[in-house]
Design a protein around this ligand. Structure first.
Ligand code: GDP
Ligand code: MG
Length: 598
């Protein structure tokens, strides 16, 4: 493939502005898949993505398109996720591209993540083609959106393409713009091979598979290769492109995007961000890596059945291959036994990993409440990082604690500014700035603790702005805060997995609400269960779960056997996600209760 005929591009947008639908239309229009093959939203192919309507993993597709000049072009499309948790995926995809389509909803206009994504594309020096989508909607106002793109983003919108992924309008124009406006890759075929790994996944037949972008040189099937970061030497047993299913090729030149499978059985051998070169006579300098990704939120994952511990480890290793942002290490809890402490980018990321572990690996898990990473400064001058509340050192040895703050950018219609401010203030936010994007919409910036954001900030924002608020946040700094550990005792015993770190001003009320909430969650048992909330040695709240009077089966005395079986079945079902903590059966919900109280 002639490098001049290759165009590598991504699609970036705020969530729901139409990335996936536009991608589908491009694939359909160019006949990459026939109508019959064309499943709805080909690119969102993980079950989970389809159900939730979000793109989690970036997908790559090669599209062949005859340009206006009559020449055939090879367009490599890399779809990107739009959710705030997954910006690292966006960044990785962008490093493999020369250009990006910027999709903006014609009715919604520029949103918080539109901005975040554009900044990232600009960091990677990409040619950006603005596309105003959904112009078929009665509420579409493309002129206003054009103005916003110019005023807020600072891009020239005079050549923005007006499109509707629904009617197909503008799709051909988009394809021509990709060919004409996005530069061809600049690699050289006679240089030694260097290829960037921008994604990876595990295939049970072929082993670890790398998604690669060839920067220089030519990759041929059978070549002896080397991973620069790990030093691992291997043979290219299979190479190819995505159409979107993997299609084998014999060789791939500079600028090509595709996959590489080798004698790589170890999940750890393929590192996203690593450079692939020749085993002998390769390049000496690796390509610039990606922006590093650091987890922001930690939680414990424990198998309900402790026999699943090794399976959980195996599953986490496989998922990690596909997800550089996932980190984990073994942890033990007095209450829950052996498990893993896992780090995530945010709550959705955490939720998705948990669900994938359960669905794809058939594991039943207990997840503990998420925690941010605290910096604890001790009186002896040492600083320790704490991502698990139960690891907080003895308060008498603590000088002060710092917690992570983020810069939160919220975009809302002006009528809701009051609501945004109230919520942010209640969440210990500090007002930074407010700017009008146009006569109707406002961008508000707050400096706010990350721990408050991961609780229910976004849910509250959404519900009090009728869904209009969009949010993006990035880590800003660490600041001192008066924080204490809130413990929960059940039957007089502290349950480590239920401890949380809270601000001293909210500690008493959170303790009371949490105890009250747990009372409704912990099922009644044959004995009374006192639930207490405590700060240090001080009990601040107490509730009782009353003892069960009757046996479950007592009701069907006299024996309708099928009804009896059903009852037992139902009880078993309920137990699936329960963990015995001492003598008390504690359901999954209890560990998340802290997230749902006021
Ligand atoms: P993504 O989150 O950016 O990938 O957005 P999707 O492609 O999943 O689209 C979000 C929603 O907008 C879906 O319900 C689409 O059917 C709808 N949608 C996408 N493009 C258009 C369009 O041009 N017109 C209309 N009316 N709806 C669209
Ligand atoms: Mg999508």
């Amino acid at each position: 493939m002639d490098t001049k005929k290759i165009r590598n591009f991504s699609i970036i947008a705020h969530i729901d502005h139409g990335k996936s639908t536009i991608a589908d239309r491009l694939i359909e229009y160019t006949g990459t898949l026939s109508k019959r093959e064309m499943e709805n939203q080909v690119l969102d192919n993980m079950d989970l993505e389809r159900e939730r309507g979000i793109t989690i993993k970036a997908q790559t597709v090669r599209i062949d398109y005859k340009g206006k000049d009559g020449e055939m072009y090879c367009l490599n499309l890399i779809d990107t996720p739009g959710h705030v948790d997954f910006t690292y995926e966006v960044s990785r995809s962008l490093a493999a591209c020369e250009g990006a389509l910027l999709i903006v909803d014609a009715a919604q206009g520029v949103e918080a993540q539109t901005l975040a994504n554009v900044y990232m594309a600009l960091e990677h020096d990409l040619e950006i083609i603005p596309v105003i989508n959904k112009i078929d909607l009665p509420s579409a106002d493309p002129d206003r959106v054009k103005q916003e793109i110019e005023d807020v983003i600072g891009l020239d919108a005079s050549e923005a393409i007006l499109a509707s992924a629904k009617t197909g309008e503008g799709i051909e124009e988009i394809l021509d713009a990709i060919v004409e406006r996005i530069p061809a890759p600049s690699g050289e075929a006679d240089k030694p091979l260097s290829a960037l790994i921008f994604d990876s996944y595990f295939d049970s037949y072929k082993g670890a598979i790398a998604h690669i972008r060839i920067m220089d040189g030519v990759l041929k099937k059978g070549m002896g290769l080397k991973m620069m970061a790990t030093g691992k030497v291997f043979d290219a047993t299979e190479i190819g492109c995505f159409r979107p299913q993997t299609t084998e090729l014999q060789e791939m030149g500079p600028g090509s995007v595709g996959y590489l499978a080798g004698s790589l059985k170890q999940v750890r051998d393929v590192r996203v961000g690593d450079t692939v070169t020749l085993a002998e006579g390769g390049v000496t300098e690796p390509l610039p890596g990606y922006r590093g990704v650091t987890p922001m939120v930690y939680c414990g994952l424990y198998p309900v059945d402790s026999a699943d511990y090794d399976n959980l480890k195996d599953a986490l290793e496989k998922l990690q291959l596909n997800d550089a942002a996932l980190v984990f290490e073994p942890e033990t809890s007095i209450a829950l036994g052996f498990g893993y402490r896992c780090g995530f980018l945010g709550l959705l990321h955490m939720d998705v990993i948990q669900e994938r572990l359960e669905r794809e690996y058939n594991l039943k898990l207990i997840t503990t409440a998420p925690s941010v990473i605290y910096h604890v400064f001790k009186t002896d001058g040492e600083m320790v990082t704490v991502d698990n509340p139960s690891d907080l050192p003895d308060p008498t040895t603590i000088d002060h604690i710092e917690e992570p703050f983020v810069k939160a950018t919220v975009i809302v219609p002006k009528d809701f500014v009051g609501a945004v401010m109230e919520i942010s203030q209640n969440k210990r936010g500090e007002f930074k700035s407010m700017d009008y994007l146009d006569v109707n919409r406002v961008m508000v910036i707050y400096h706010i603790p990350l721990s408050e954001i991961i609780y229910d900030y976004f849910d509250k924002l959404k519900s009090s702005t009728r869904g209009y608020a969009s949010l993006d946040y990035e880590l800003a700094d660490y600041q001192p805060a008066k924080l204490v550990k809130l413990d929960i005792l059940m039957n007089g015993e502290a349950v480590d997995a239920l401890s949380t770190i809270v601000h001293v001003d909210n500690a008493a009320s959170r303790g009371r609400s949490l105890a009250a909430k747990l009372k409704t969650i912990i099922p009644q048992q044959m004995f009374e269960i006192p639930i207490q909330a405590a700060i240090g040695n001080k009990i601040i709240a107490r509730e009782n779960v009353r003892a069960l009077r009757k046996d479950v089966l007592a009701k069907c005395y006299g024996g309708d056997i099928s009804r009896k079986r059903k009852l037992l079945e139902k009880q078993k079902e309920g137990k699936k996600r329960m963990k015995a903590v001492g003598r008390v059966e504690v359901p999954q919900e209890a560990f998340m209760a802290i997230l749902n109280i006021d």
